[in-house]
Every structure is written in C-alpha cells, then in structure tokens.
Ligand binder design. Structure first.
Ligand code: ADP
Ligand code: ZN
Ligand code: ZN
Length: 817
C-alpha cells in the first residue's frame, strides 16, 4: 500500500501539498510533525503534517519527502484546527498562518541563513562531529547558507544537524538582527562587608575625618540602611546626601563601597513571590462571583469596569483558579512593550510560572517558550503577551484573559493573516472549552453588542478601588478662548492656571496630543503650496529636533525649507500641531518644570520607553507630553491633572469608528488622573464643547455613547450590524490599478449588488510609488458568511487569471479596523 502525507507549507498556496511516504516513514509520521520537503526548483522547505493517508493526489505525482525533522509532533491537533479556522475566516492560506504562528527558528529551509547565537558558551556543550564542523565553520565566517553547510559536511541531508544545533541554542536562523530584550538595570552600592563590624566601622569613620564629604555619604548610608542592612540605589544615596557622583566614586575606588547592578524587570523571574493574598473589596468580590457563575452557562464574559476599579486583581484570581484545576492560562495584551508594570504584578504573584512572549525576544528565546508550553511545564503555565501568543501550542488551556479588549492593535494589519487576536482568542477558547474574559473600561462596540444580545455575559464594576473618585472633567472652549485672546500658543488660560496649581502642589501632569512631530505640515501663505513626498501622496511633516521635513509613510526626508519650493516666497507657516510643538511651548511657559515627551520619535531607541516611564514614576519628570502611547495600562500614583490638547482632530478623523475611538481614547487618558485619594482633574480643550462625544466623556457615559453610535451604525450599515471585508488593490501603474479595481468591483456587484462600495482611493492613495484603491463589501447579518467568502474567493481566482492584471496585488482584509 502506498502512503501519502498532506503538508502545510509556509507559502501563500491555496491548498495543502501532498508527498509520498515509505512504509517506515508512514508508521512514524504524525500530524503536527515537521518534514523537510523539496518544492519548486531545488528548494527545500519545512512543512507541517496535516494528515497522513492513502490517496494519491489527482493532478500531480507526489514526490518523496526529504526527511523527518521531529520525533514528536511540534503542533497539537487543536492548533491545526485553529490554523485552519484562521485561514478560512480571514481568507488567507494556512501557509501564511504557519509563518505567523511558528517562531522562525522552526522553519528550516534551503534559503535559511545560519548564524552562531551570541549568548552561548560552546566549550560547555557536547557536539558530534558534524555539529562540531558546523560550529567551527561558523566561527570562521559569520553566517552560512544551508547549501554551504551541505558542501562543508559533504552530504545532502544537513537539516537535522542544524535542527539539533538550534535545539541546543547554539545557532540561530533567518535572523534579521533581533534586538535582545534586556531589562533595565539600576546601579546599587553596598558597604564593603569588611567594614560591617562595629569596630571597623568606627575606624573607617575616623580615617575619613579628613574627607568630610565622603564621611557624610558613609554616615547617610548607615542611616538609610539601618533597618534593612542591605544595598542602596546610587540615586537614592546621592539624593539624600546631596553629594556629587565624584565623591561617591572616591569611595568606590577606595573599596569602601562596592557597586553592582540589579534588573528592574526580568524576563524570567528570580525574585520572591511577594503578593500572596488579594483581599477583594465588596464590588470586586461580587464581580468575581458573578463571573464565575456566568461561566457555568456561557464561556465568554465581558468585564466592563471603570479605570482603576481593580480588574487586574480579578484576572489574577481567575488565573489562579485555572491553575488550581491544573490548566494553562493565556493573558493577552494589546502591546507588550508598554506593560512592564503589569508583568511585574503577575510575576510578583505567580513567580516563574509566568512567561512573557515577546516579538522583540530572539528567536531562540521564543523557541524556548514554545517548548515549555508544548510540554505543559510548570514554567509557562501562564503566558502573557501580545497577539501572536494565541499561536502557542497549549495543551490544556483553561482561561483566556483579553485585557483592554477594545484596542485596535489586536488586529494584525500586515502581512496576512490579518487576524483579530481577540476574536481569534474566542475561537481558540471554544476549541479548548476554556473560560474567556474580555476586559475593558471602554469596551468595543462589537463586544458590548454581543453582550447586549446574550452572546457574551456581562459584569460591571462601576467604582474605582479604594473609593477613589472618578476624575472631574472640565471642557474648555478654545474657540471662545481664541476670540477673547486667552490662548498662549495652544494653551488656554484655564489649562495654564490649572497646571500652575498642580505643580505648586507637587503633583504631576500628563498632556495628550494625538500627533507626533512638531507641526505636521508647512504651508506657503502666498501660493498655498506644501512640500510633498515624491513617493507618497502626503505632505511632509516638520520635525524641529533635526530640522527636517519627513514622510511618515516611507521615511523620505529633506532639510527644512525657508522659502516656498513652488513660488519662492518667504512667507511660510506651519499648520496643525504635534507633541513636539506642545513640548516647545511648554518649556517657554514652565521653564522650571521637568518635561518629557513620549511618542514614536522618542521611543525608538532601546528601552527608551521604559526610561521615560521609570523617570515619570520616580517623579523625575513633572510633565509628560505624549500620544496614544500614554493611554495604555499605565498606573501612575501622583498624576493630578490630565490635559487633552485638542479633542477635535480625533473626532474629525474620516472613519466610521472615529467617534467610538475618540470616546475610548479620551476616557482612557482621563483615567490616568487621580488614582489615589485626591480627586483628579481632566481638562479637554476643544472647538466643539457641545459635541455629544465630549459630553459623554465628561460624564463617563459609556451607555449613552454606545446607544447613540449604535443607531448610526444601524443606519449607515456598519458593524456590529454588518460585517465588512475590504479589498485593497495596489500596483505601480496608475491606470492599471484603476482598471483592475473597476473590473473587480463590477464582478462583485453582480453578486452583492448595492453592498459593494467603491472602488475608491484611500486618503493616502500612493505609498512608496504604489497606487492603492479600496473596495468595501458589506455583509448583512442574515447573509451566510461562508457562502459570501466562497463567492469572493471565486471572483478573486478569475481576477488572478487575467493576464493584464498580473502586476496588481489584492489584499483581503476581513473585519478591517
Ligand atoms: P484596573 O485594572 O481596573 O485599571 P487595577 O487592578 O490596576 O485596576 O487596580 C487599581 C489599583 O488598585 C492598583 O494599584 C491595584 O494594586 C489596587 N487594587 C485593586 N484591587 C485591590 C485589592 N483587592 N487590594 C489591594 N489593592 C488593590
Ligand atoms: Zn508659495
Ligand atoms: Zn513617502
């Protein structure tokens, strides 16, 4: 009898590909294992076994496989099922899911580049001859291709050798240079133990009598460590004594003090578990009980709790519960880089059971986490991370937490699979029959709608923990303020007064501005020209720190212009404003305050984000100016005022979700204010003080916002009433883009009639010299999603068969955000 295997290959192929197996191979191979197989011309790929069977393919002759890479399946059957769901739902190939789902180190192929891992000691590892040769080769040249290794070892089948080396953590594959995630380190000093005894201590102080400044530091050290007898942060010591770093250095040089570093945030937790018992307040207890009783008959619960109501503590208890039942737990977050505070909280509670899965980690670290989860180890019982975590090989998942479930970054934008991690997590949870908790202070319309229609259960938490009041919101009408000349730059008199008050009281301020950069565009007052990017259809934006005009889409930049490039006039002004300009104005208004800025431009560097946050937490900064980034899960104790510089550019964004998003964003930023006893304050500057959304933010009226927006969505046929699929065509040729879009839209209209919108150019219709055009398909609730997708699929296949449109790419986005 002949044996065959269907493989998922990491390529955008529509179907699985069938290979033949020998009798021996067939008795060994199981679904979820990796096989190396030839594909196309002389290329080797890693494929995943989806099915072993006896049916030869109909249209081609099955080739034999190259070799088997695993001894045990690397994927569970639940994962295979899940991959298939993603591919079908998001209209992409299983191969594309595979690329997104597996750490690159698992995807050995003939094009793979092999490099030595930096972090390893080769002397300590046992190697066989082949492995030794490869390592030795890699010590001579920095990287090798698989073919070169084949020549080196003088054999054809080298992938198992590489595979072993990857497992031993000695080499890495396909690395773009991944930034090693290194936790931030703090400087500490401690007294040389030689001086610890009373007598030595006195002798030391005597010796230092002629160096009074050094003596003072030593005395302060004794004072500060009296109770704990341990080390001190350098920063604290210097602050206490007012001494200079030079004086401390003398003490270090004399070996009186010893210096060392401690990490503030650890990937793998080594500290003590500090927080053993949470005592809920009555509202948390009630919510917790309700959630549990809801889980009895419905597996998905929406937790709608205002900011700082203690949702995280509830998640922790739910996780604990899942662990007690011997199950695994997954904690999904919109953006991992922004959540060191939360990770610390979980690690304090669960210790090394928590693993963080981070796209910034090296491939090898990701492989390690993958294996922990696959083997259902104690380590990795709880995985916390951003969207790609849903692809880990869970064995027995008991709980999924989706924190800040409203965040649009849960949706992958590019490349395929363009999946929504929240929605996919719901499906993953169903596969395991796991409990799912979606939490937010400002739920997405979709989730709230689902709760409204009893698809999800819902639990509310309406009070902040510890009786902290919700902040008081004041709306400042800047139209009137401008007219009455009560504006200084972009600051109203009200905002300035309030800021002065807060600073006087020693509290901190957060200012939110939705744009980065200084002043988005330059405009000629004479002819109206603004400098454009030659590659994209956008104006260049002005960045004052390097005096450049930059394109935010492709990075093109030129020096700042002082004459109009079109008419030569000197009358150039800047239109709109961003975080950088707010910062500049602030420095003039509050010359004594310590100001820092957080946006994409200031957080590019390694750990720059953490530095900004740590400085703000330590109150080294008085005022923090920033974009959206500020809204994400930060818990600052001492913020007395949040200022929203301009609500209008949020509200006026051309998108059907703009109002919902503005509400969420403003309420989340507002939630950063007043997290302790004293009531916090929020000032919103706007040209439209009577806008419904502004009013709803002022009163924290989620329900009102929801009802009103829902009516609009109903009337204009948008989610949650209608589903959307967006097709984006792109091509370097303008008229081809147009023709192709027309053809596709007509073909779709033949079937879906008035539910096809466009083709239309998006707001930025050309990026990196490619033209873009969108077609939107609306799907009414009662129309079958499966059938609709089949039709789209068929039409796309006919489209691809048209020679003239060969250079046009079509991107399919299901549930675009
Ligand atoms: P949310 O996630 O709803 O924004 P958090 O869980 O972060 O709220 O709680 C807000 C603050 O209150 C945190 O500093 C947290 O440590 C504290 N807190 C919440 N619940 C408790 C509790 N039961 N006991 C002690 N402190 C709590
Ligand atoms: Zn001009
Ligand atoms: Zn550009």
């Amino acid at each position: 009898m002949s044996h065959f295997v269907d493989l998922i290959l990491p390529l955008p192929l529509e179907k699985r590909f069938t290979y033949s197996l020998s009798e021996d191979e067939a008795s060994f191979v199981q679904p979820g294992m990796r096989l190396a197989v030839p594909f196309g011309k002389n290329r080797i790929y890693t494929g995943i076994v989806a099915e072993v069977h006896q049916n030869p393919p109909e249209v081609y002759e099955a080739k034999p496989i190259h070799q088997i890479l695993d001894e045990k399946p690397l994927l569970t059957k639940e994962q295979l099922k899940f991959w298939n769901w993603i591919a079908v739902y998001y209209l992409c190939s299983e191969g594309e899911v595979m690329r997104a789902a597996l750490p690159g180190a698992f995807l050995l192929e003939s094009e793979s580049i092999v490099k030595l891992s930096k972090e390893v000691e080769i002397e300590d590892v046992e190697l066989n001859d082949d492995e030794y040769l490869v390592i030795e080769g890699l010590q001579r040249q920095s990287s090798m291709k698989i073919q070169e290794i084949e020549q080196l070892l003088d054999k054809k089948k080298v992938l198992p050798v590489i595979n072993k080396l990857v497992d031993k953590n000695l080499v890495s594959l396909n690395q773009e240079i991944y930034e090693q995630y290194k936790p931030k380190e703090l400087r500490y000093v401690r007294l040389n133990p030689a001086y610890e005894a009373e007598s030595q201590m006195h002798q030391l102080l005597d010796e230092l009598s002629r160096a009074p400044k050094q003596r003072e530091i030593v005395l302060s050290y004794f004072g500060l460590t009296a109770k704990k007898k341990n080390a001190l942060k350098v920063k604290d010591l210097l602050k206490e004594t007012g001494a200079s770093a030079g004086v401390l250095k003398s003490l270090l040089d004399k070996n009186i003090f010893e210096e060392f570093h401690r990490e503030t945030d650890r990937v793998s937790f080594e500290g003590e578990i500090t927080n053993h018992s949470i005592k809920f307040n009555e509202y948390q207890q009630r919510a917790f009980d309700q959630i549990n009783s809801n889980f009895q008959d419905s597996k998905i619960c929406l937790l709608h709790g205002v900011t700082s109501s203690g949702k995280t503590e509830i998640y922790i208890r739910l996780i604990e519960q899942a662990l007690e039942e011997g199950k695994q737990a997954l904690y999904l977050l919109p953006e991992i880089a922004l959540t060191t505070q939360l990770i610390k909280r979980l690690q304090n509670y669960f210790g090394e059971k928590v693993l963080v899965y981070h796209s910034k980690y090296s491939l090898n670290e990701r492989v390690e986490i993958y294996r922990h989860v696959l083997n259902n180890n104690e380590k990795g019982r709880i995985v916390i991370g951003a969207r790609s975590c849903i692809f880990l090989p869970f064995q027995d998942l008991g709980l999924i937490v989706v924190d800040e479930e409203h965040e649009s970054t849960f949706k992958q934008f590019d490349p395929a699979p363009r999946y929504h991690a929240r929605d996919s997590a719901v499906v993953l949870g169903n596969i395991f029959n796991a409990n799912i908790i979606l939490g937010s202070a400002t739920p997405s319309m979709e989730s709230y709608f689902n709760a409204d229609h009893n698809k999800y259960s819902k639990v509310e938490l309406t009070r902040r923990f510890g009786n902290v009041l919700m902040p008081e919101v004041e709306v400042v009408d800047i139209k009137t303020a401008h007219r009455k000349k009560k504006m200084t730059g972009h600051f109203s008199e009200r905002l300035i007064d309030e800021m002065k008050e807060i600073l006087k009281e020693g509290e901190q301020i957060i200012l939110f501005q939705n744009r980065r950069g200084f002043s988005p565009v330059l405009e000629c007052n004479t002819c109206g020209h603004s400098p454009q990017c030659p590659n994209c259809d956008v104006s260049l934006t002005y960045h004052s720190h390097n005096n450049q005009l930059r394109c935010h889409y492709c990075g093109y930049h030129i020096a700042m212009q002082h004459q109009c490039m079109a008419c030569g006039s000197n009358e150039i002004s800047t239109k709109g404003f961003g975080t950088e300009q707010v910062e500049t104005e602030l420095k003039a208004l509050f010359p004594d305050a310590k100001i820092s800025r957080m946006d994409q431009d200031t957080t590019r560097g390694k750990h720059s984000y953490e530095k900004i946050i740590t400085a703000f937490e330590a109150h080294d900064t008085d005022i923090l100016v920033g974009t959206q980034m500020l809204t994400k899960g930060l818990d600052f104790r001492n913020v007395g005022l949040v200022g929203i510089m301009n609500a209008d550019n949020l509200l006026n964004f051309p998108d059907f979700r703009a109002h919902e998003r503005s509400f969420q964003l403003m309420l989340q930023v507002a939630g950063r204010s007043g997290r302790t006893k004293k009531r916090g304050k929020v000032l919103i500057q706007t040209y439209n003080p009577h806008h419904r959304i502004i009013q709803q933010v002022s009163t924290g009226d989620y329900e009102g916002m929801y009802k009103e927006q829902l009516e609009d969505r109903y009337q204009y046929h948008y989610p949650p009433y209608y589903r959307l699929i967006r097709l984006t065509l792109k091509c370097r040729d303008f008229s081809k883009t147009n023709d192709a879009a027309e053809w596709l839209a007509r073909a779709l209209e033949n079937v879906f009639d008035r539910y096809v919108l466009g083709p239309e150019f998006p707001p930025v219709a050309r990026i990196r010299n490619e033209y873009y055009k969108n077609i939107l398909i609306k799907i009414p609730q009662k129309q079958s999603l499966g059938k609709t997708k089949n039709v789209i699929h068929r039409i796309l296949n006919s489209f691809k068969a048209i020679g003239a449109f060969r250079s046009v790419r079509v991107i399919v986005n299901v549930d675009p955000q």
